[in-house]
Write a protein of this length. Structure first.
Length: 647
């Protein structure tokens, strides 16, 4: 019996005094082996955090041998997409269902129930026989009870090196590892309460993990810890700083200094990764042991203007669990000649070889499923490099239509976190204070380093721009950008102060810049620049705008589904200042068409763009809209009467 369910939430800091005392007493008699060096004096931001953290550390350091074996049905689904203005275009998706037989003393056996992948070129490779249906099975091994419970599914089971600082690979600074108190601070939070059928109540106390400084190797998040045992009940966290490959990998820094990447266009840099959310939930099995229930991972890979959001769901449904205590009870009953608890006797069967054992298991699973299964040898191309022993249906094509497969990740399913739960996870991250930024990280680009810093149009001619970006600390950043036109000889500039959280971006800006009458037309972008320079086709209408604005938009990493902007500005007429186009250079009578005539005016207004999208299946029906509205009041210099407008 697995007890997970919905946790009730209470925000009682007064309640912590009693719990802290109970936990402190329960650990006063712990063995000296668990009491290593004292923690940093400023590691705990309140008195209740210390005992909870010590309980969690002792639990993490111990090797959990309470679980002897378990059987679980595991569903997994993954999607990766290319972010575009209107929608996220799916590049890769997979749904997998397996049945895992884990044993403490033997290799795990994984029965493949179903797997379905979709990505460019896969169907052709399968049709031509170049790809087996199991070659790209994205499941390797089930949950390891004795392994790490916070990073399970991210780091390899038993791989302690994943938490050790080194230059050659990426690593995490584990918040429960030795020395973590010098990298993090900890603060207690709310209490989650679960009422059990027999009247007992389980409680888990929130422990916020706060990095002392933002770092690509440190997380920020919250752990919910059962105070009596120190067991992890839930964890929600993210990277405290976005990972930049060139900045954060020494070897790539050296290659960049040597000029190895000088031919990579600026629009495809930097190369980044942001782990935006990891949420792991555990359920209590038979009032004894905590086993995984679900895990959600969200992140974004970036290569300059290319953004690829990635998400993954994993759900566990435990079928049976044998604990060490239960095995001892069975052994005592067998020795006494009594019927074991539950009435079942575990029969041992011995085999001459692993292959013979796998054939026996495959036969049992075939009889149970009503279709033939066969073991996949470790040397087979579908099993090579895996740490689990695979057993798959002989009919490979049946795995793609298995009824055990979960729906795609963009559809809700009972076994996985609901949309409301995901919002709760995001809100818990939003409630955490922003980590301190060490120094002022900054970057500066100009000219051809980025495609949006070079442009050509008929009102300013060739124009070069520069952009300075700096992280000011916490959620705040500063951006200063500017352009200089070599035909109009006028500087243009914008200064933005932005507050960015996991929920939203708020931007305050002051500016003096050229603006197109249709902002959505992209007339100051690279495409119109090529048209204007080579063919003399400048399709924009422009004016100069000087003022201040405030914008509200989705958080970094989310689809650009809306933007609300309020502004107050001075608008001025612009004239055509150049008459050069490459294919008209020998036509002395050719000129650009005139810019739109407009009166100088002052304007106060707002604009809203909403871009909803329905449907995520790349092979199914999808529909999207882009709605734009603008309204305001303006005063023309030639007319003292104000006018209201809307469109």
């Amino acid at each position: 019996m697995s007890l997970g369910g919905e946790w009730g939430k209470t925000a009682g800091r007064a309640h912590f005094a009693f719990l802290a005392g109970a936990v402190a007493l329960s650990f006063s008699a712990t063995p000296a082996a668990g009491q290593q060096r004292p923690f940093a004096e400023d590691a705990f931001k309140d008195s209740a955090a210390g005992p909870i953290y010590r309980a969690a550390v002792d639990n993490w350091r111990s090797v959990d041998e309470s679980i002897v074996r378990y059987t679980a049905r595991i569903q997994q689904r993954i999607a990766a997409a290319l972010r575009t203005p209107l929608k996220d275009r799916i590049l890769y998706r997979n749904e997998t269902a397996v049945r895992a037989f884990w044993d403490r003393d033997y290799d795990a056996v994984v029965q493949v129930l179903g797997t379905r992948s979709q990505y460019p070129g896969r169907s052709i490779a399968v049709r031509e026989g170049d790809l087996d249906f199991l070659d790209d099975l994205p499941f390797d091994e089930p949950f390891e009870p004795g392994g790490d419970r916070l990073f399970f599914g991210i780091s390899e089971s038993g791989d302690d090196e994943a938490f050790e600082a080194r230059d050659d690979e990426f690593w995490f600074a584990h918040p429960l590892a030795s020395g973590a108190d010098t990298l993090y601070q900890f603060e207690s939070g709310d209490t989650l309460t679960l009422s059990l059928p027999d009247g007992r109540r389980l409680q888990a106390i929130q422990l916020d993990v706060l990095p002392r400084v933002a770092d690509v190797h440190r997380i920020t998040g919250s752990l919910w810890i059962e105070p009596e045992t120190g067991a992890l009940v839930r964890g929600v966290y993210r990277l405290s700083k976005q990972f930049d490959a060139i900045r954060d990998i020494p070897e790539m820094q050296e290659e960049e200094a040597e000029g190895s990447f000088k031919y990579v266009p600026g629009l495809f840099k930097p190369w980044t990764f942001d782990l935006t959310m990891v949420a792991v939930d555990y359920a209590l099995w038979d009032f004894e042991v905590w086993l995984p229930r679900s895990m959600r991972i969200e992140g974004e890979v970036g290569a300059g203007i290319l953004k690829i959001p990635v998400s993954m769901d994993v759900a566990y449904e435990m079928e049976s669990v044998t604990t060490a205590a239960e095995e001892q009870r069975m052994a005592r009953a067998e020795a006494a000649g009594e019927t074991p608890p539950g009435g079942e006797v575990l029969q041992e069967v011995h085999f001459e070889s692993r292959a013979e054992a796998m054939e026996f298991i495959a036969q049992l699973l075939s009889e149970e499923a009503g279709k033939p299964y066969e073991p996949m040898g470790r040397g087979g191309r579908s099993s090579q490099g895996r740490r689990s022993l695979l057993i798959a249906p002989q009919d490979r094509e049946s795995v793609t239509t298995s009824p055990d497969l979960p729906p795609p990740i963009w559809e809700e399913a009972a076994a996985f976190p609901s949309d409301e739960q995901l919002e709760e996870y995001v809100q818990s991250l939003a409630d955490l204070p922003a980590p301190t930024v060490q120094g002022i990280p900054w970057s500066f680009n100009w000219g051809w380093a980025r495609p949006d810093l070079v442009r050509y149009n008929r009102v300013e001619g060739p124009a070069l721009g520069g952009k300075y970006e700096a992280a000011l600390g916490g959620p705040y950043s500063l951006t200063a950008s500017g352009f200089f036109g070599f035909s109009d000889l006028q500087p243009k500039a914008r200064l933005n102060l932005q507050r960015s959280t996991v929920l939203r971006r708020l931007t305050l800006g002051v500016y003096r810049e050229n603006v197109a009458t249709d902002p959505a037309g992209g007339y100051l972008g690279f495409g119109n620049t090529l048209d204007a320079f080579f063919f003399g086709r400048d399709n924009g209408e422009y004016f100069r705008s000087t003022g201040v604005d405030f914008a509200w938009s989705p958080p970094v990493g989310a689809r650009d589904s809306f933007r609300l902007r309020a502004y107050a500005e001075r608008q001025e007429q612009l004239d055509v200042e150049t008459s050069f186009a490459f294919f008209h250079m020998f036509d002395s009578g050719w000129r650009f068409r005139p810019n739109v005539l407009a009166a100088d005016a002052d304007e106060v207004g707002g604009e809203l763009r909403i871009s909803p999208w329905w449907g995520g299946d790349p092979s199914g029906g999808q529909i999207g809209l882009e709605l734009y509205g603008q309204g305001g009041r303006w005063w023309a210099d030639a007319d003292e009467v104000s006018r209201d407008y809307g469109r």
